[in-house]
Design a binder for this molecule. Structure first.
Ligand code: F6R
Length: 615
């Protein structure tokens, strides 16, 4: 949530900051702003505009109208105060000496505001952020580092901050707690950003600031301090993503591009972890085979689509490795007094590695003595760093707010882990495990086959894009997939949608089915075909239109054609383990084409942001 950029160097800052913000717009798009230190006049120029970045670009002639070689920028996902010009970042202190951009939530802002009011400070915005800038101003006596540290010590909550000072055209400060921030290292210029895509055009050498670390950024270099002011020697990471992977590459939307990238992303995630003889090499450092053998249970914790991956994985792990698994929403887990301990493996799934609820759940799990394995896409992210062990999904940068390729790679990696666990715990024979691995390796090719022709999904979308309600139903793994299909549809098309365990529908929700309601019935679990057919008949009898998704032909009823599904999407034949990876693709495409026909802003759906760094 919220995108932060910062620059100091020999070039004009504002155009560079705007280019960086363009790459972070997926993090928030309620408003955008810039603050540039005007060395000539000894002040800070602040420009901000409500709405998309394009408004700010227009206002500043793409940044050209703002002089200066040092500045910070922000794209906002509103938390405190409506998205208007005043609440937009950067915020300037009353005296005009300090300006800052903020990502996160300052929980004790009300009491700090009260204190500052008593000191004579006035406030113009409704934000928690304005409190921070005034507090730094309050403590500022020509020592930026001391003022920022003193103010930061008083903040509760989460924050990533970029701060400039009117009388210090030679530096800016960045610091973070529970919200991501990285420093980009250039030649005679240096940067900060919330995420890698903003930096790719300039540098691939980055430092990921750790918890409560502060960076003092100058043209010549970057100095990083810990919470106590001790100078650190931070690790410099080399980003391997190419710049094109964060571009649309000819596609109309990032989402479609990322859907199409799934075959390669899944291959990249699986293949390097499989040896020539089809045995698995996960490269876990602390979670040794002995540890995996000693586990009593597994608890998978995540949010949103990553949580849905956990639900699919539960079925696979319980079936193939015979370890009991619970799946918890991260936002609930932390406040649920979870029953976990040293014999529990907590698996954290997160694309961004920065989702705050998930990060806090991880910390809760560690405090209770559990070991934590994380499945993460962003290398060096907070969740990756704080886990006992991490397995990276190699999906590449995912820009569209609605996840697609990250979901698929998480799923594929969880399946590989399941096979490894099943083998280590003696639940799968060597032969069985190798056979499963061989089938799993074929997922990429099956996905490619599936994606060759999307015309059927486009046709279905054209028939139903104006429906008011769309239901998804399935049993077992298909239920977990139904949840993902429904989430995908509602987040980008704004159509009301619900997902139900098919057998549960008649316990209440079937009252919502009326003539014209569209029901997507997932029938990939062949053992439950007959049960699903009964459920399809139940909704058909009430006037629903049904799209069925299958891996094998459904036994239709020739005597009652009206009871059969109206449309059938048949997936390529595949092993049971691969089926969920394939089934999700038509659901993603259906959501995409429906949203396209409705004219929705697919990559930046309303009210959403890519990386959810507030609780
Ligand atoms: C839905 C979506 C979200 C994320 C969720 C968790 O399309 O993208 O539901 O899955 O916000 O995010 P991560 O995986 O980054 O922790």
């Amino acid at each position: 949530m919220c995108g932060i950029v910062g620059y100091i160097g020999g070039k004009q800052a504002a155009p560079l900051l705007l280019q960086g913000l363009e790459k972070l717009e997926y993090r928030g798009y309620d408003s955008a702003g810039l603050a540039v230190v005007d060395a000539g006049n000894g002040g800070i120029i602040v420009k901000k505009a409500r709405g998309r970045l394009s408004a700010l670009k227009k206002m500043t002639d793409c940044g050209k109208s703002i002089p200066g070689i040092l500045g910070i920028g922000h794209t906002r996902w509103a938390t405190h105060g409506e998205p208007n010009d005043v609440n937009s970042h950067p915020h300037l202190s009353r005296s005009g000496r300090v300006a800052l951009v903020h990502n996160g939530i300052v929980e004790n802002y009300a009491e700090l505001r009260q204190y500052l009011c008593e000191q004579g400070y006035g406030f113009v915005s409704d934000t928690d952020t304005e409190v921070v800038v005034q507090l730094i101003d309050h403590y500022y006596e020509n020592d930026p580092v001391a003022a920022v540290r003193r103010a930061a010590d008083q903040l509760r909550g989460s924050f990533a901050l970029g701060i400039v000072f009117a009388d210090r055209p030679d530096l800016f400060i960045a610091l973070r707690k529970d919200s991501p921030l990285i420093v980009g290292l250039g030649e005679g210029e240096n940067f900060i950003a919330s995420d890698v895509p903003a930096l790719l055009a300039h540098t691939r050498r980055v430092i990921r600031l750790g918890e409560r670390e502060m960076a003092v950024v100058t043209r010549e270099g970057v100095t990083v301090y810990d919470h106590f002011g001790v100078k650190l020697e931070p690790e410099v990471l080399e980003i391997t993503w190419d710049a094109e992977s964060a571009e649309k590459g000819g596609y109309e939307h990032f989402m479609l591009k990322e859907i199409m990238e799934q075959p390669d992303a899944v291959r990249r995630t699986i293949a390097p972890r499989v040896r020539g003889d089809f045995t698995i090499e996960l490269g876990l450092r602390r979670l040794t085979d002995d540890v995996l053998r000693s586990l009593d249970r597994i608890c998978i914790v995540a949010c949103g689509s990553s949580y849905h991956v956990g639900m699919v994985a539960r079925y696979a792990i319980e079936r193939m490795a015979r370890v009991p698994v619970t799946v918890a929403l991260a936002s609930e887990f932390r406040y649920d007094n979870p029953m976990i301990g040293p014999e529990t493996l907590v698996i954290i799934i997160s694309q961004s590695g920065e989702t705050l609820d998930t990060l806090f759940a991880l910390r809760e799990a560690k405090e209770r003595g559990a070991r934590v394995l994380s499945i993460v896409n962003v290398v060096g992210s907070s969740i990756a760093v704080e886990s006992t062990d991490v397995l990276y999904t190699w999906a590449g940068p995912e820009i569209a707010v609605a996840t697609t390729k990250a979901y698929s790679t998480q799923l594929a990696l969880m399946q590989l882990f399941t096979l490894y666990l099943g083998r280590v715990r003696g639940r799968l024979t060597d032969l069985e495990a190798r056979e499963e691995v061989r089938s799993l390796l074929a997922t990429g090719d099956k996905l490619a086959e599936l994606l060759k022709d999307t015309s059927h999904l486009q046709y279905l979308a054209s028939l139903y894009f104006n429906r008011r309600d769309i239901f998804f139903m399935g049993r077992n793994i298909d239920y977990a997939l139904a949840l993902e299909g429904s989430l995908k549809l509602k987040e980008i098309s704004y159509i009301h949608s619900e997902a139900y365990a098919a057998g549960e529908l008649k316990h209440g929700t079937i009252s919502l089915i009326e003539p014209g309601t569209l029901v997507v019935a997932l029938c990939t679990g062949t053992k439950l075909h007959e049960k699903m057919l009964s459920n399809i008949r139940e909704v058909k009898a009430r006037g629903a239109t049904v799209i069925a998704l299958t891996t094998k032909p459904i036994p239709l009823d020739p005597n009652h054609p009206n009871a059969n599904p109206d449309h059938i999407i048949e997936l390529p034949a595949c092993c049971e383990l691969c089926a969920p990876s394939l089934s999700v693709v038509p659901l993603q495409l259906l959501a995409y084409y429906v949203a396209l026909l409705k004219g929705c802003d697919i990559d930046k759906p309303r009210n959403l942001a890519k990386s959810v760094t507030v609780e």
